[in-house]
Design a protein around this ligand. Structure first.
Ligand SMILES: NC(=O)c1ccc[n+]([C@@H]2O[C@H](COP(=O)([O-])OP(=O)(O)OC[C@H]3O[C@@H](n4cnc5c(N)ncnc54)[C@H](O)[C@@H]3O)[C@@H](O)[C@H]2O)c1
Length: 277
């Protein structure tokens, strides 16, 4: 177990997903994590009670002993949060941002100092230790700090290192990705009800189907297209279903969806960079 202290600026859904993974994996003791949010006292207390972590409303208290500062506020609140935190940030502390679209350059500009920054994009499956995370870092981040950040991110899933320019694409693909899957499941549940299946049976069948398909994709050397063809008997039921997806151009819709999300990540970054100047 590491002795370092971790401060979370922002304690919403992404921070909670990360904290639960960090604690479940004994990366640090719960009381080495301190959180702060904007003004939601109840939420802070809920997190303290649930995880045994600390909470504060004071930036000095939050950051004075922290060696890792996790930035987990919405992109539009980064400027405000970092401006308040700035007096307590120095180059000995590692900033680990999860904010969509916000570049390490923008963070450095707001702080006004050359500090180590890791920018990452996890997803909410961190809550069950299954996040697909990508990370990149600025040139002030040491090898040791890169290792530290990767280890921390790996407490709640897989983490890969990418070029920072690729992080907006990662955001559109896997950062937002769980939502696309949940959207699909919502539709599958509605369909199941329409064709006469009860909710409990439908949920069990859908979840096992998803997890089985994910396991196949992981374990089998076959491509997704080959695996799809193996389910699709000529003239059979799957073919009848897939024809409807093709008629609705669902593959194009999915591609457009991921492109739109990654474009939005780029725009969020540009907007904040412009505002920060
Ligand atoms: N939710 C996701 O699926 C997901 C996935 C990957 C990355 N992210 C990124 O994580 C970040 C947080 O997203 P979220 O979904 O957890 O949002 P959220 O709205 O659930 O949480 C945001 C938190 O920031 C706090 N906050 C706002 N302004 C603040 C300030 N000035 N000082 C301190 N705290 C402040 C809020 O009180 C809240 O606790 C975003 O930047 C988002 O891009 C989210």
């Amino acid at each position: 177990m590491k002795m370092r202290k971790i401060a979370f600026i922002g304690c919403g859904s992404m921070a909670e997903a990360m904290i639960s993974g960090i604690i479940a994996n004994n990366y640090v003791q719960a009381d080495q994590i301190t959180i702060m949010n904007k003004n939601n006292h109840e939420r802070r207390m809920e997190m303290v009670d649930k995880y045994g972590i600390r909470a504060t409303t004071d930036y000095h208290q939050l950051l004075q002993d922290a060696s890792i500062i996790v930035l987990a506020v919405k992109p539009q609140h980064i400027f405000e949060a970092l401006s308040a935190a700035k007096p307590f940030i120095n180059k000995k502390k590692l900033i680990l941002s999860v904010a969509a679209g916000i570049t390490t350059h923008t963070i450095e500009d707001i702080i006004g100092e050359a500090i180590p920054i890791v920018r990452s994009m996890p997803n909410t499956s961190a809550a069950v230790g299954k996040s697909a995370t990508a990370m990149s870092m600025n040139s002030h981040t040491s090898e040791r700090q890169i290792k530290t950040a990767k280890e921390l991110l790996e407490t709640f899933g897989n983490a890969i290192i990418v070029e920072e320019a690729q992080l907006d694409s990662v955001t559109g693909l896997s950062g937002s990705g769980p939502a696309y899957i949940y959207y699909l499941v919502e539709a599958m549940e509605e369909a199941a009800a329409k064709i006469g299946l009860d909710q409990t049976s439908a949920k069990a069948l859908i979840v096992q189907t998803l997890s089985g398909a994910a396991e196949m994709l992981q374990q089998s050397p076959k491509s997704p297209a080959t695996l799809r063809k193996e389910v699709t008997s000529p003239g059979g039921t799957t073919e009848a279903g897939l024809q409807v997806l093709q008629a609705h151009k669902v593959n194009e819709a999915i591609m457009d969806c991921i492109i739109a999300a990654s474009e939005k990540s780029k725009q969020l970054g540009k907007k904040l960079t412009a505002e920060a100047k």
